[in-house]
Design a protein around this ligand. Structure first.
Ligand SMILES: [Zn+2]
Length: 298
């Protein structure tokens, strides 16, 4: 498909990030994608040799804080463009003293400590879903990220519990100690509900998270700009460039066809009236009601 036409380009891989350099996303064009929750702005182009769609979650000029992101529109816009697999890039803080700035974490689990965000794609519909979260991140996308980062000079942690908090402020020392007791390894603000809504949309999702600072109380307070700041360490130190190279490699390693269970997330867990915007999902294959027979006439 010619990416210059007005027809939305089909984009089998997706990226949600705060930035995407011209080297990472080539042949880029901006598209406005209509969704049931408003229009989402998506960059389409190529990451390596693959068609890709990229959501800059904070907006192109970093004007949207985590608690004001239109998560539902962003996720659904990627799905409308044909995306099946999403990689989320999350620059985050350490909660576990073993996890140090400069490390990279490929999370295997998360804690939701957000407060005011929509919980589900289906909040406004006459239905609800109960998706399984035993394995919150797609094993195939995680495997691609682990393979792509294996040769990096940075330390890569193959497991980690991602605590997602509301923001936009940083945490207090007491909050960091509480997250430590709860088993968190890293902390950030925008990853939930992206991960849960991707599961509801039957899309694969995994996160690559460079660690750029310690949580409050674990080290001197964060410096935002200038020598020794967290941005200086991340960009001037080259970690951001290495992460982008790993993203290109990981996208190339994703198999053409999914072998995971993410594409059947709604099967058996969908209850009620199917909304008109929900097409091409696994409940197409679900025969009859999911209610136990004893409740059918209740
Ligand atoms: Zn998957």
């Amino acid at each position: 498909m010619n990416p210059k036409t007005e027809t939305p380009a089909r984009a089998p891989v997706g990226l949600i990030s705060s930035a995407a350099s011209p080297r990472l996303l080539t042949d880029r064009r901006e598209q406005q994608v209509a969704t049931p929750w408003g229009t989402a702005s998506v960059l389409t182009g190529r990451i390596g040799e693959r068609e890709a769609a990229v959501v800059l979650r904070y907006g192109p000029k970093l004007t949207i804080p985590s608690h004001k992101i239109n998560y539902r529109a962003n996720i659904w816009a990627l799905r409308e463009l044909g995306v099946q697999r999403i990689i989320s890039q999350n620059a985050i803080g350490s909660v576990n003293p073993v996890v140090k700035p400069g490390d990279i974490v490929i999370s295997h689990d998360f804690l939701d400590r957000t407060k005011s965000r929509p919980l589900s794609l289906f909040d406004d519909s006459e239905c609800w879903v109960r998706v399984d979260m035993t394995e919150p991140f797609c094993p195939e996308v995680r495997a691609s990220l682990l393979e792509a980062t294996a040769s990096m000079p940075d330390r890569v942690l193959h497991r980690g519990v991602f605590a997602c908090v509301e923001g936009p402020r940083f945490e207090t020392p007491a909050e960091i100690r509480a997250l430590q007791r709860e088993g968190a390894d890293i902390v950030g603000t925008p990853m939930v509900p992206e991960v849960t809504m991707a599961r509801e949309a039957e899309m694969c999702f995994a996160s690559i998270a460079p660690v750029i600072n310690y949580g409050a109380g674990m080290a001197p307070a964060v410096i935002h700009v200038g020598p020794g700041s967290m941005n200086d360490e991340y960009y001037a130190g080259g970690l951001h460039d290495r992460i982008e190279k790993a993203l290109i490699d990981a996208m190339a390693r994703l198999p053409d066809h999914r072998g995971c269970k993410c594409g059947q997330a709604l099967r058996g867990g969908f209850h009620g009236q199917r909304p008109g915007w929900l097409a091409n999902c696994s409940i197409d294959e679900q025969a009859g009601s999911t209610l136990p027979a004893a409740l059918e006439d209740a």
